[in-house]
Design a protein around this ligand. Structure first.
Ligand code: AHM
Ligand code: MG
Length: 357
């Protein structure tokens, strides 16, 4: 019987084991998850169950996203603003509810934190079962784009809890550095719907085949190109960026890099994962600490990108996955993507942040 040996490189990232499936036959997400379970350190089936729950919720959300224009579900929800002060879209609320419902019904995790909820949500255990995981998600990232049919996505992260499994989960279970994630992923509701995830052994993508209602393995062991020809930033804020960021953007332009910015982070990151490039959300006057959320957006996408061979840091040059959060809805700056491009930006920041203004 083949055994999988966990190999860890100097940066702490495990290299992928031999693929658990082979040949050209269709491999569904459920089959892949179950076959990969043996590679996981604490294989009890809980993590497998959680990933399957998220897969089910993603299919339900996908159905609703795809018929959004037909059923008057697009637009701003009655609840108004969420914790982070953004307008909540109706589909945000729907996606949030479905994820919570799917995770609650299976009872595989002990608590949830969502970008759309102020506080953590406890999940009552089923019977005497002790649950060891907490789940965090942004149910519908980029949702301000829904009304104009631009792709949106779900982002998720799973952590092993720190607190005693026989007691209720605590906020500390969620305030762990991203390097502690045991799994992370996203679902992009795009021209086709794709679920991409990692459990720390490489990154795999599964495209939803609507005819059979299954996510099927389509992108095996995804690797980000070392370099790219595009940069992704809201250049409308150029005058509000720090000097070093402006110099880097000038350099991108001088080098004839293309500018690609969808305004939906999952979509931008998915493109970069496949084609290479860099995504930036630096500090602006409106968001001095950055706009994006560390727990729900930056950490899971950083784990995916690192697992695919890329890099992710904040504009203080700290690896995103090493930042220890101190609040659930903490924001952070981010530069993420092809390793050579992130290194190039790092050199610009080191050079220009040393200059007097
Ligand atoms: P959201 O979680 O409220 O949708 O906000 C996050 C989104 C990202 O998907 C996207 O990269 C960014 O906000 C766009 O912000 P901006 O319009 O300031 O460029
Ligand atoms: Mg978001």
């Amino acid at each position: 019987m083949a055994t999988s040996v966990k190999k860890t490189s100097s940066n702490g990232i495990s290299s992928p084991p031999a693929s658990p499936v082979s040949g050209n036959r269709i491999v569904t997400l459920d089959e892949f998850i179950i076959r990969s379970e043996k590679d996981f350190d604490f294989a009890t089936g809980e993590l497998t169950g959680l990933l399957r729950d998220i897969g089910v919720a993603a299919k339900i959300i996908n159905r609703e996203v795809n018929k959004a224009g037909l059923v008057n579900i697009i637009g701003v929800a009655d609840s108004g603003e969420n914790q982070s002060g953004d307008m909540q879209q109706k589909l945000d609320v729907y996606a949030n509810d479905k994820l919570i419902e799917c995770l609650k019904n299976s009872g595989e995790c002990c608590a949830i934190a969502s970008e759309e909820n102020d506080d953590i949500i406890h999940i009552p255990p089923i019977g005497t079962k002790k649950n060891h995981y907490v789940v965090m998600f942004d149910p519908l990232d980029g949702s301000s784009n829904i009304d104009v049919n631009v792709s949106v996505g779900t982002i998720f992260a799973i952590y092993r809890r720190k607190s005693d499994p026989s007691a209720p989960a605590t906020k500390e279970d969620f305030l762990q550095a991203g390097v502690k994630q045991v799994a992370a992923g996203y679902v992009l509701y795009g021209t086709s719907t794709i679920l991409v995830y990692t459990t720390g052994r490489g990154v795999n993508g599964f495209t939803l085949d609507p005819s059979i209602g299954e996510f099927c393995l389509s992108h095996r062991n995804m690797r980000i190109p070392e370099n790219g020809a595009t940069y992704s930033v809201n250049q409308g804020y150029y005058s509000k960026f720090d000097l070093e960021m402006r110099r880097y953007i000038d350099n991108c332009s001088d080098q004839n890099y293309g500018l690609r910015y969808i305004g939906s982070m999952v979509s931008d990151i998915h493109r970069i994962l496949i084609q290479g490039g860099i995504f930036l959300y630096p500090s602006t006057r409106k968001y001095p600490k950055g706009k994006l959320r560390l727990l729900y957006e930056c950490n899971p996408l950083s784990m995916i990108v690192e697992q695919a061979g890329g890099k992710a840091m904040n504009t203080q040059l700290k690896r995103i996955l090493d930042v220890v959060p101190n609040e659930l809805h903490q924001r952070c700056t981010i530069a993420i993507g092809s390793p050579a491009m992130v290194d190039e930006l790092k050199a610009f920041i080191e050079r220009y942040s040393a200059l007097p203004l």
